[in-house]
Structure formats: C-alpha cells, structure tokens
Ligand binder design. Structure first.
Ligand code: ADP
Ligand code: MG
Length: 613
C-alpha cells in the first residue's frame, strides 16, 4: 500500500475555500462580483451577525438557467472563460471580475448555500442547495417578479470548518470588513445601485446614476469618501502610453492618520496594491508629514493584457507588466495636481537663510536640563498646574509658580529683561500669530508655537498616563459627534480602553457618539476631529491590538488636538511660559511629527547673511 492518497472532492473544496474565502467579507465580495459580472443594475445585500449566520444577496442580472445551476457550483466551472477550438483559454485578456470558477463551490463546501435564479428565457425560477459539500437537486422556486435575477443565501458560514470559525474576529469587526468591501465595489461601479443592511439596519446605500462614467465616479467617490473629498480636492487626470489615470485626491490639509482611504481600481477592479501607499507618500512628500496619508480614489484604465489578474486566489492583488510605468504615472499625476495648488516663491535670499538655519536645527535635546527625575516634571510644570492657560489666556492663570518675568502685554515685551540663563532666551515678538521670535544670549530662536505646545502636551500626557492619573474634564453638555457608522463602531469597541486615557464616550445611536469627558490637559478640544483621528489610528492596527501597546500613537493623536493652534495670538507672558516649559520637557526639540519645534540662528549667521562678515 502506498502512502499517498487522493483527496476527496469535499476535502479539496474545503482546502480551496481556505484561500478564497478567509472571512465573511471575502465570501460576500465573490457573490457581489458575480452579480456585477452578470450585468446587474441593482444589488441588495443583507447580513446578520457579522455575516457568519446569514448573508443574502439579490441581484437583477441575467440569472443562471436551470441547466447551468448544478454546473455553477462545481469547481473550476465558469461561464467567463471561453476555450477556443483547441480547448485552450486566453488568460491575458480577462475583462470579467471572476474567472476561476471557485467561489460558489468554495462557499458551498464550508457553509449552507442556496442559489435561486431566473433567466429571461424561463417563466420559472429554480433553486439548488449545497450544504457543507452536499448537493441537492434542482427544484422549482417561488420568484416574485417576471424579471431575471439571482438570489444567493449563505447560512452558517464555516460551520463545516470549525477550525476556521475559531479564527473569526468579533461580529463587529466582520461587519466592518463587510461594509468596507461593499463600499470599495460600489466605488468602482457608479452605474449600479447598492444597498447594504447589517442586522436590520441600513449601513450603506448608493443609487445608480446615468451619465459619463468618469463624472459618475467622481460623484460616487465624493458620496462614499465624504468630506475629505467632497469640497476641496485635487482632480487627477493623466495619460501615459496606453495607460489612463483618473480620479480624486485629497488636499494635503485633508490628510488622514492612516492609508486605508486609498482606493485603486484597475479596469474597474478594486485592487489592493501594496505599492500605492509608498507612491502616495512620495508624491505628497513635500506637503505632508511622514505619518499622514492622503485620501485617494484612483481609477487606472489599461489594456487587459497589461495586467495579470491571476496572481491571487481572491483576485485582490494583480501584477502589472510594467510596474514602474504605473508608479511613474501615479506619482507624476499627483505631483502635478499638488504643484498647481500653490506656486512656491523661490527667492534666493530665503533659501540662503534656510541653509543657515538648517545647520542649526537641534539634533537633540542639547538645550535641555537633566531629566533624571522625569516622573515629576509633570507636576512641576507650568502647563500641568494651569491646564487651561494657553487656551484661556492670561486671566485664568494667576497662580503660576515658576520664575518667569512678570506678565506683560505684547506691546511692552521689549522691556522683558533678557534671560541669558535660559537657552531659548526671552520672547520678543510673535509673528503671523504662529511663530515666537526670541532673543538668546548670542542669537535668535524662532519657535513654532503649535508644534512646541503639541510636544509639551504629549509629554505631560505620557507622564500622567504612566502615573495613572490622566485628569478628566466632564463636559457640561455632552458633545454629540456624528461620524461614519464604521468609525463609531471602531471607537465604541474600545470605549473602555479610551477611558484610561481620559476620554469617555458612549454610543448615541447609528452614526453618532456621545462624548462625556475629555482629557483635562487638552483644554477645549474639537471632539469631532479628535475622534476622527483616533478612529483612523485604530483602523490601521485593528488586529486585536490593545491601545496600551500603541500609547505613543494614541496620545500623539490626542495631544495634537489639545495644542495651541497656529494662528492664535499669545501674550508675552504666555510666550515666555511656553519657552520655559520647553526647556523643562524631554524631547521638546521635535514636534510629534518629527519636525523641529524651534530653530536657532546665531548672530554670526545673521551677520553673514547681511554680508557683515
Ligand atoms: P466565476 O465567477 O469565477 O465564474 P463562480 O464560482 O463565482 O465562478 O461562479 C460560477 C458561475 O456561476 C459563473 O461563471 C456564472 O456563470 C454563474 N453565476 C454565479 N453568480 C451569478 C449571478 N449572480 N448571476 C448570474 N450568474 C451567476
Ligand atoms: Mg465568481
């Protein structure tokens, strides 16, 4: 007896199912792609319990005939590849979404699948069932209309493969993945109506429109991707060789904390291209901080033979015949659009100044004191004792405790004695309501007030978090924040964890969150922006990771919202207080995004600029 067995069809199908449908969203993606391939104009979807107990999809496509039903559920059976006389097929010219003939048999192998369908040539509808690989016969079925269409029902997904079932995340996470998947598909086909109902609640709806496909795509992208792309955005339109690129990109100011809102469609197929994030970063490099990402909806049209779609069982990844050409096209088009936002003046003197400044960007905390007693700098610090100071101005902070000069309104600031013992010197002026100019012992310091304050808030929060005493501030009137339902879910899932950070939130119905308390150190914050950034942040590491493991990122997101924004006028007293706090705080030489918070220019440099030396 040999040791090698041939596997049964059931076993083969279960194994194949493992790669085609790794979670409910993947099964749903296959079903909806089939509906699109069948020329459907309306696709209605219902899911229950994260898609694990039930998924139902109804379309108005061409349907499956009685004869074809038992074949459709066989492995490697497809209507989408036509062999020529010699029996060979052309894999270089695929225009449908499906072609592998694996989805239906895979789903049937691991779930209870029921397909009901009607074609135009038949007055009756027919149905077939596959339960964990057991195939029923074809039976007549009720059908409400005279029109063709298909209804696919999947119950008890993975009941036949308990091992896989154990790997499912929470029903909430699965529902989120389902919603993302449907939105992706809906973005690609604005000529089709979609509706998604999750556990009885409408999650997403988009109505088909008539018209020029490119315009429809823009419109739908703006509906689905919301504010970031709705008002101000960049229109992308470029061509190179046989490639055409078209779509929308966010302005740098509307960037997000993660790259999940970057969509690429190649010939209408939603694809996940690992290179896209890097390409976007390269294009936005000069206008965006390293950890921010633009929102993108890009549609690439290429000759079918330019891509190999057969490299991934779920067909979400593809290969380009010339990836460098694609990358170049996208970067070029984005840069071109970004370049048109503003025309940068190039004055040689300013670049000289910058050159001189660049040499003086502090590489480390050379101006700072000894932080060996880090754990209590929080309490000693000015901000810690006067959390509302920068926000409310001078009035609220009478009892300051450090040895700053007496408070002076800005017009008298020249009288401040030079504090030569202070590395960042004495504040002399605030310019453009954004930068503080200070006179140091032998030069000038220019401080970015927002960046500096943000860093201070972060360091205070870190210290407070480590000591488990982040002070909370109850809101007199709780704030109700509207966010995308998916983002609400993401945040609510972690409400308990946020509480440890001083942020207390509750569900407030579909698409809304109630904010009861915020971290006191943030002062008055824009809760909506704060929650949005946190939701983005979480989405990037939503792999069952605890917030604790990402303290720096979470706190940084929060700190950013508690900081003195550029554009607020500061009194001389406030400015000096900020400088003294910076000197006391570890790592205050860089803002949370890695940019310097201040630069120093020595008198020598200034004299060189003026040709005095
Ligand atoms: P593939 O999509 O790769 O062809 P599937 O297993 O997903 O393989 O589907 C098998 C076949 O069933 C398809 O080729 C198609 O002919 C038919 N089919 C599946 N879903 C539908 C649908 N919603 N409407 C019409 N035909 C369908
Ligand atoms: Mg298919």
């Amino acid at each position: 007896m040999g040791k090698i067995n041939r596997l049964s069809t059931d076993a083969i199908n279960q194994i194949a199912a493992g790669e085609v449908i790794e979670r409910p969203a993947a099964a749903l993606k296959e079903i909806v792609e089939n509906s699109l391939d069948a020329s459907s104009k309306t696709i209605n979807i219902w899911c229950e319990d994260g898609g694990l107990s039930r998924i139902l999809v109804e379309d108005d496509g061409i349907g499956i005939s009685k004869e074809d039903l038992p074949i459709a559920i066989l492995r490697h059976a497809t209507s989408k590849l036509r062999p020529d006389e010699s029996g060979s097929i052309d894999l270089t010219n695929i225009i449908s979404l499906g072609f592998r003939g694996e989805a239906l048999p895979s789903i049937g192998a691991v779930a209870r699948l029921k397909i009901t369908s009607k074609t135009d040539n038949d007055n009756n509808a027919w149905e077939i069932e596959v339960n964990g690989g057991q195939i029923s016969e074809v039976r007549p079925a009720p059908w409400a209309s005279l029109n063709s269409g298909t209804r696919i029902e999947i119950r008890d997904l993975f009941f036949a493969t308990p091992a896989r079932l154990k790997f499912m995340k929470s029903q909430r996470s699965e529902a989120l993945a389902i919603s993302d998947t449907i939105k992706r598909l809906a973005l690609s086909r604005p000529d089709v109506s979609f509706s998604l109902v999750i556990d009885g609640k409408s999650n997403f709806k988009a109505n088909a429109k008539q018209g020029e496909i490119e315009e429809l795509r823009l419109e739908r992208a703006q509906t689905i991707l919301g504010n970031d792309l709705a008002q101000d955005c960049l229109f992308i339109n470029a061509e190179r060789a046989e490639l055409k690129l078209f779509g929308l990109a966010s302005l740098p100011i509307a960037s997000r904390a993660d790259s999940r809102h970057q969509y690429l469609f190649v010939n209408g197929r939603p694809v996940k291209d690992p290179m896209l994030k890097g390409v976007a970063r390269a294009a936005y490099q000069e206008v965006l901080a390293k950890d921010r990402h633009p929102v993108l909806a890009l549609f690439l049209e290429v000759p079918p033979s330019f891509v190999d779609v057969n490299v991934h069982p779920a067909k979400t990844e593809i290969r380009f015949r010339d990836a460098a050409l694609v990358r170049g096209l996208i970067i070029g088009a984005l840069r071109h659009a970004i370049g048109n936002i503003e025309i940068r003046p190039s004055v040689s003197l300013s670049s000289q100044t910058l050159g001189a400044l660049a040499n003086n960007i502090p590489n480390n905390n050379i101006y700072q004191r000894d932080y060996s007693r880090q754990s209590d700098f929080g309490e000693r610090s000015f901000i810690a004792q006067n959390p509302h100071f920068y926000e409310g101005g001078f009035k609220e902070a009478q009892n300051f405790t450090f040895d700053a000069p007496a408070a002076k309104p800005i017009e008298y600031i020249e009288e401040t004695p030079i504090q030569e013992n202070h590395p960042l010197g004495a504040a002399k002026a605030q310019i453009h309501n954004t930068y503080i100019v200070a006179q140091t012992e032998n030069g000038i310091a220019i401080i970015d007030q927002h960046a500096a304050h943000e860093r201070l808030v972060l360091e205070k929060m870190k210290a407070a978090y480590e000591n488990k005493n982040i002070a909370r501030q109850p809101l007199l009137i709780p704030d109700i924040i509207e966010l995308e339902p998916n983002d609400c879910e993401r945040l609510l899932e972690r409400a308990n964890e946020f509480e440890e950070f001083g942020l207390v939130i509750e569900s407030f119905g579909h698409g809304a969150i109630l904010v009861r308390e915020t971290p006191a150190i943030l002062g008055k914050t824009n809760a909506k922006n704060l929650l949005q950034d946190l939701a983005d942040e979480i989405a990037t590491y939503d792999k069952g990771m605890r917030l604790k493991e990402r303290i720096d990122e979470v706190l940084a997101s929060m700190a950013c919202h508690g900081s003195v924004r550029a554009g607020r006028q500061l009194s001389g007293f406030e400015m000096n207080a900020l400088l003294r706090d910076m000197e006391q705080t570890p790592r205050s030489g860089q803002c949370n995004h890695g940019r310097p918070t201040f630069i120093m220019l020595s008198l020598d440099d200034v004299e060189k600029l003026f040709g005095r030396k």
